[in-house]
Design a protein around this ligand. Structure first.
Ligand code: MTE
Ligand code: MO
Length: 512
């Protein structure tokens, strides 16, 4: 990312570090708890980008077109600069405080140079998933409307966070701003609408001046790289146990010869090394709680074999962990055949070194292809039994959630925020990821890109020989030929044709 690329809204923004500090008291619930030891690093990264901090004083009474072009319509009617979480919380991460003595379960920090956005929160904090934490809506309304700064100093109101879509639904501004309804037209990228707007002499044939590029000419290269370890998220739900390799054992039951392995005994079994993507159950579209990890350890298959095989009546596996985390976020067992098919393993190394305490030292149960919550860190027991898993036996969430395309997703790492500026004729380097959980055995099939709200898509096939248990990384280059404001969209599609339910989108500006 070039240094000179900065959000254009900074030109107008007032300095408001104080307000940001005040606003941290605002969120009445913990969405993402910075773990104490990494909080300074987060603050530092915000400080090294002063232009972000400067955007903190959204005031609804000071109209601001934000990352959109400075037209009268955008400034007065759209007021983008005062809407959405990041208009007041450029570093949403720093806003989130812990509401229990435990740190919030989420990431220690947003990885990959990203800033946190509402989509990082709502995967969990909707009512759709059990145990997923308080639903945001009521709490955030209360926290904002009881906040002096929001109500009085910033003239905050419903429209600070929301928009009315064309079906009269109140939606989140942070979702709405990327849709073809931005500015109030249905299907604003459709040729007939474009023609109408052209007749009305609207800039870029769009109410909000967003250029719809039907012919989005990009070169895309796919790969499956390993993540930088420092970009990787950490999610601890309970207290991190203090374990020692010397005393640690792995107890295995439900096998012909039940036994306990010491670390040395475990390491004497066949060693497996591979690269596997871990993606938190709360990972959302455009999220950062994902990474591709080189793991080393012993396959559960090989452990079972060393124990003389499974007992005849075995149906499922329930791993236990030293912190009390049981088998899955829902205390559920997983089908044993699925576990073996997926080449689950007991890992004792990530990135070529012993696991860190946060990674589950000394051993983590790794179950490829499902949400990270099913991977037991600090694993101490593998209990096979005849118990029939009640709900999530194949690592899936509920069918209703699955049907929404949950677990089929992509995101942008570069550009990593809205409003970055680029130059006409100069290539823009872009990258990001796409990944799917095992949906009925399906792997990712395609990644698609659009610059006209999805009227036209460029489909890029994922090579057949790619490993479905690893993310697919895209590197793309686009050389814009005309100045304007653009919204780029990506989406993942799995082998069963399931598409991610919302595009992953980013707004950028191209100048002469
Ligand atoms: N024992 C135990 N295992 C656990 C957790 C936990 O809290 N305790 N968190 C889970 C969740 S929700 C995720 S996403 C991953 C995160 O692993 P990481 O911190 O190594 O990235 O660990 C999973 N395994
Ligand atoms: Mo998770």
């Amino acid at each position: 990312m070039k240094k000179e690329n900065r959000p254009r809204r900074m030109r107008k923004a007032a300095v408001a570090l104080l307000v940001i500090a005040a606003m941290t008291a605002m969120a009445g619930l913990a969405l993402f708890g910075c773990q104490p030891q990494v909080a300074p690093a987060v603050a530092e990264s915000a400080a090294s980008e002063p232009e972000l901090a400067e955007t903190g004083l959204a005031n609804f009474l000071t109209n601001d077109s934000g990352v959109l072009a400075d037209t009268h319509f955008n400034e007065v009617y759209v007021n983008e600069g005062n809407r959405g979480c990041n208009s007041c919380h450029p570093d949403l991460w720093s806003v989130i405080k812990d509401v229990s003595p435990m740190p919030h379960l989420m990431t220690a920090k947003p990885g990959y140079g990203q800033s946190t956005a509402i989509r990082d929160c709502i995967e969990c904090h909707t009512s759709a998933v059990p145990l997923a934490g308080p639903k945001l809506g009521d709490l955030l309304h209360s926290a904002h409307y009881s906040n002096e700064t929001f109500v009085n100093e910033q003239a905050g109101n419903c429209w600070s966070c929301h928009a009315l879509d064309n079906d009269d639904n109140i939606v989140l501004w942070d979702d709405y701003k990327y849709t073809d309804q931005l500015g109030g037209y249905y299907n604003s990228a459709q040729p007939n609408v474009q023609k109408w707007l052209m007749g009305r002499q609207q800039p870029a044939n769009s109410m909000v001046g967003v250029t719809s590029l039907a012919d989005f000419d990009i070169d895309v290269t796919l790969s499956q790289p390993v993540s930088d370890e420092e970009d990787m998220f950490v999610a601890n739900n309970y207290e991190v146990p203090d374990l020692s390799t010397d005393t640690w054992t792995l107890k295995v039951t439900g096998v012909v010869n039940e036994r306990e392995f010491t670390m040395d005994e475990l390491k004497a079994l066949p060693v497996t090394e591979r690269v596997v993507t871990q993606s938190c159950l709360a990972q959302g579209i455009d999220g950062v709680q994902i990474g591709n990890i080189p793991v080393k350890g012993v396959l559960v298959k090989d452990i079972v074999e060393a124990c003389g095989g499974l007992k005849d009546d075995v149906v499922s596996l329930r791993p236990e962990s030293a912190d009390g985390w049981c088998s899955s976020p829902f205390g559920e067992s997983t089908y044993a055949d699925f576990v073996l098919e997926q080449n689950a393993m007991i890992a004792y190394e990530y990135w070529g070194h012993d696991l860190t305490a946060d990674q589950g030292y000394p051993a983590t149960y790794v179950l490829p292809g499902v949400g990270g919550g099913f991977w037991n860190k600090w694993v101490t027991e593998l209990n096979f039994s005849s118990e029939v898993p009640a709900m999530f036996g194949r690592g899936m969430l509920m069918p209703a959630v699955q049907a929404q395309g949950k677990g089929v997703y992509s995101g942008w790492f570069t550009p990593n925020k809205d409003g970055l500026e680029y130059k006409v004729g100069e290539p823009i380097e872009m990258n990001g990821w796409a990944y799917v959980w095992k949906h009925e055995g399906h792997d990712i099939k395609q990644i698609a890109f659009s610059a006209d709200y999805g009227v036209n898509w460029i489909y890029v096939d994922v090579p057949d020989d790619y490993d479905g248990d690893q993310w697919v990384y895209f590197d793309a280059t686009w050389t814009p030929q005309e100045a304007g404001t653009y919204i780029l969209h990506s989406k993942a599609i799995d082998e069963g044709g399931t598409e991610q339910p919302q595009n992953a989108s980013v707004i950028l500006t191209v100048t002469e």
